[in-house]
Design a protein around this ligand. Sequence first.
Ligand code: GLU
Length: 463
Amino acid sequence: MANKIRTRYAPSPTGYLHIGGARTALFCYLFAKHYNGDFVFRLEDTDIERNVVGGEASQLDNLAWLGIIPDESPLKPNPKYGKYRQSEKLDVYQKLANELIDKKLAYKAYDSTEELALQHKEQEDKGVASFRYDPTWLKLSKEEIAKRDANKEYSIRLALPKNVNYDWDDLVRGKISVNSDDIGDFVIVKSDGYPTYNFAVVVDDHQMEITNVLRGEEHITNTPKQLAIYKAFNWTPPIFGHLTIITNMEGKKLSKRDKSLKQFIEDYKNEGYCPEAIFNFLALLGWTAADASEIMSKEELIKKFDPSRLSKSPSKFDIVKMEWFSKQYLKKIPNEELIKKLNLKNDEWSNVYVETYKQHCATILELKNDLKLYTNVKSKLDIPFETNDVVKHFYNLIKNQEFTIENIQKTIEQVKNDLKVSGKNLFMPIRIATTYEEHGPELAKAIYLFGQKAVLERLKKWS
Ligand code: GLU
């Protein structure tokens, strides 16, 4: 029986969930779910200085908001796979590194920081383009080695074989091959006893039986190193796929410091975007459905997801498109639900309001802001306007009627027929005189929403 598909998202808890991370998590999730597999969330928290308090919870909460619920996580571990936070399994990495030392596949490197810097400098002076660690460079006496060993003043490096190719067939990029001579012996356990990213990730992926690794393309250079570690242990590596970068509309890699774009899932959550819209939008950042559909539910995306359709070129983060997606989803939310989110009374007015405004708003925040138009009614008209017969006639007809959308609509029609005016000449004076705005939703609805009292008071002034 083929292995169950298992994918994972392994963030460092260094901050909020960024759209790049969310997209990686999303693709891993879709991949696993498409093949009825498991999606694992685990934490790379060995960089103590960069960890932020609440980082793990914030990642998980934001993923949950998007509808990405991991099958396993630090909060829902499967004991069979060990710990889900790297900081809790330092002994595991240490033990495995020692096994490699025993087999002479790794060794202790006793260089101090200064000595290593010197080796770097010597290579630089010789014009070497990129540094390769030379295990024979450091000449120490037996006594000095014994002393440093006793003080644990060493890191552990992988002993790379000479001239061996590390090849993989990348899910996104196709065949890639890197020669061991172009890598050099690299550190797997640092002198403070912490594993490096490359070592820990291999151990975790192996122990958790991860079958497919999807991650950002910044990790391509790490993959040959990881393959070297798999080889040293004689473990079977997973299948790798490196997702292309997300750029802004000018084609530049997204910078987290760019404040002109909302890049954190938290921002979207706070502004009341529909999580389903963001889920849908993220899925199209570097992937397309075979039938070119755009609006797709989570279930449809799971069904249609096909890793061979992951894009090989960078994907543009198009905020306008994002807004469009959000509008499509907001429109579909039942009025009752929106009324609740806006803390409104569930009456006819609120129903007309949300029904009218959800047609063009992208977020709950916008919906809330537009509400101010009616709760904070303008007391002065701030555009040039002169009244005319249209306005006067409209007032005389509407003032004694029940104030319903239907009656307002019929009255506008009657003004049209009585005075033989239409189009802009009919709508604009009525709109300005009643709403104090030149633009707004469908006229009869706008007038209704302002309410009989406010509208009649205004009209009276123009008559
Ligand atoms: N913590 C790494 C990152 O966030 C994980 C890389 C990987 O998936 O191997 O980029």
